[in-house]
Design a protein around this ligand. Structure first.
Ligand SMILES: NC(=O)c1ccc[n+]([C@@H]2O[C@H](COP(=O)([O-])OP(=O)(O)OC[C@H]3O[C@@H](n4cnc5c(N)ncnc54)[C@H](O)[C@@H]3O)[C@@H](O)[C@H]2O)c1
Ligand SMILES: CC(C)[C@H](C(=O)O)[C@@H](O)C(=O)O
Length: 430
């Protein structure tokens, strides 16, 4: 029986699904990473926003079919992925694109089903697909599991298995949501920054790690922050390319006053800067960066940083935009499918209550189209639909402000679909 039928029939504890990790990458996406670097400030530069003429690829290009691995995960993951899947289908059908979706388990639901957080079949299916869309993993039920049996371990194995070392997390304050930010309007307004987070190295993966005892017999837990030069170089190139396509400013965030791994980080990033004379490079310690993000976030264009600092700073940046429920992400490797996911978690406190904001996942689907598949028209269509939905005043609880219309996850999804439908060119509508 395949893992999918197991997944769908919710049969638990199949003994045939023992994880073997890592596996060889099939590397199916032949487009080099630097050619897929985003122009995320397009959220603001998009001239089609607000109902201009949308070019319909379906009218001009051949029909395309893509295989997408869907990993809904746990908590609110299935709720937000279900919305994003419908949105992909709708935008796809108006642009000559057909999707074959394959839904696979990961995280806590995979643990319940198979005993491991990333089953072999899930990873191999993801590697063979054209792109992967993930909801979120984790939850109270598995919080006390041993490390190798935590949902979070499955997510890290997935990122490592796909080799997606470059995690792009745009934080853009939509004009419609300025009042949802917890910062003062004049601080939040116009913020448009990109965190380029190194995703497959650093303290998350460094060895040695583990638990032991010290010389006094007290227990210790330890991790290692380690970066090889090549890991810094490749993320630095992605960051410089990203900055070059944005406003030409790159801030490298580290802790080079204390940590050797950060000293090497700063040295390698500084060296690579000579390849990008058009990009203005600055360096900042992470403690200062955390403070500056709140004091004056508009000073930042592109930020490049390590795995753990990027995790923390991107969550912090999300609140400038109004809610963590708004921030999408794209994780890309040199080759092979990209992984697209909202930056938020499984939000167990609101799971199953139709309260989740699906827009971070919907915007991740737009990133999937643009950077994973090169389908710019369909990506724009989704982004336009999100903006139009916000323009109409629809808000989930996390971004609600007075005078707006409070809706749940499903209704928000339906409104986005309606806005996509309204972009149907006359030729298609007939
Ligand atoms: N990429 C991932 O899958 C990912 C990311 C972060 C955390 N996690 C996991 O998720 C679980 C919960 O973690 P947490 O509580 O620290 O972080 P979280 O992001 O799940 O939730 C933090 C807060 O933000 C709210 N929130 C998050 N997403 C929202 C959305 N789309 N709409 C409205 N509100 C939203 C939640 O209700 C909660 O109050 C943990 O098991 C954690 O490990 C997974
Ligand atoms: C769940 C956890 C492993 C993950 C991370 O730390 O990368 C999360 O916080 C994220 O940002 O996607």
């Amino acid at each position: 029986m395949s893992i999918q039928s197991l997944y769908h029939s919710q049969i638990k504890n199949s003994s045939s699904l023992i994880q073997q990790f890592p596996m060889n990458s099939l590397q199916l996406n032949p487009t080099p990473l630097t050619a897929r670097i985003p122009l995320i400030s397009s959220y603001f530069q998009n001239k089609n926003r607000g109902g201009g003429t949308i070019r319909c690829a379906a009218a001009t290009a051949k029909a395309r079919t893509y295989n997408i691995t869907l990993l809904p995960g746990d908590g609110i993951g299935p709720e937000v992925v279900s919305v994003a899947k419908d949105v992909l289908d709708a935008a796809g059908s108006l642009n000559g694109i057909t999707f074959n979706f394959e839904e696979m388990p990961v995280g806590g639901n995979a643990l319940d089903l198979t005993g491991v957080p990333l089953p072999d079949e899930t990873l191999s299916n993801a590697k063979k697909s054209d792109a992967v869309l993930l909801g979120a993993i984790g939850g109270y039920k598995w919080d006390n599991n041993e490390k190798h049996l935590k949902p979070e371990t499955g997510l890290l194995q997935l990122r490592a298995g796909l080799g997606v070392f470059a995690n792009l997390r745009p934080a853009t304050v939509f004009p419609q949501l300025v009042d949802s930010s917890t910062l003062k309007k004049d601080v939040a307004e116009g913020v448009d920054l990109m965190v380029v987070r190194e995703l497959t190295g650093g303290i998350y993966f460094g060895k040695p790690r583990g638990f032991d005892q010290d010389e006094n017999g007290d227990e210790i837990g330890f991790n290692t922050e380690v970066y090889a030069g090549y890991e810094i170089d490749r993320i630095a190139h992605v960051a410089f390319e990203t900055a070059r396509k944005r406003r030409g400013k790159l801030c490298s965030v580290d802790k080079a006053n204390v940590l050797e791994a950060s000293m090497l980080w700063r040295k390698r990033v500084t060296k690579i800067a000579s390849d990008y004379p058009d990009v203005e490079l600055s360096h900042m310690y992470v403690d200062n960066a955390a403070m500056q993000l709140i004091r004056d976030p508009k000073q930042f264009d592109t930020i490049v940083t390590n795995n753990i600092f990027g995790d923390i700073l991107s969550d912090e940046a999300s609140m400038i935009t109004g809610s963590i429920g708004m921030l999408p992400s794209a994780s890309l490797g040199e080759l092979g499918p990209g992984l697209f996911e909202p930056i938020h978690g499984s939000a167990p406190d609101i799971a199953g209550q139709d309260k989740a904001n699906p827009l971070a996942t919907v915007l991740s689907a737009a990133m999937l189209l643009r950077y994973g598949l090169g389908e710019e028209d369909a990506a724009k269509m989704i982004e336009n639909a999100v903006l139009e939905t916000l323009n109409k005043g629809f808000r989930t609880g996390d971004i609600f402000s007075s005078g707006m219309k409070l809706v749940g996850c499903e209704e928000m999804g339906e409104q986005v679909l309606r806005s996509i439908d309204s972009q149907k060119p006359a030729a298609v509508a007939r």
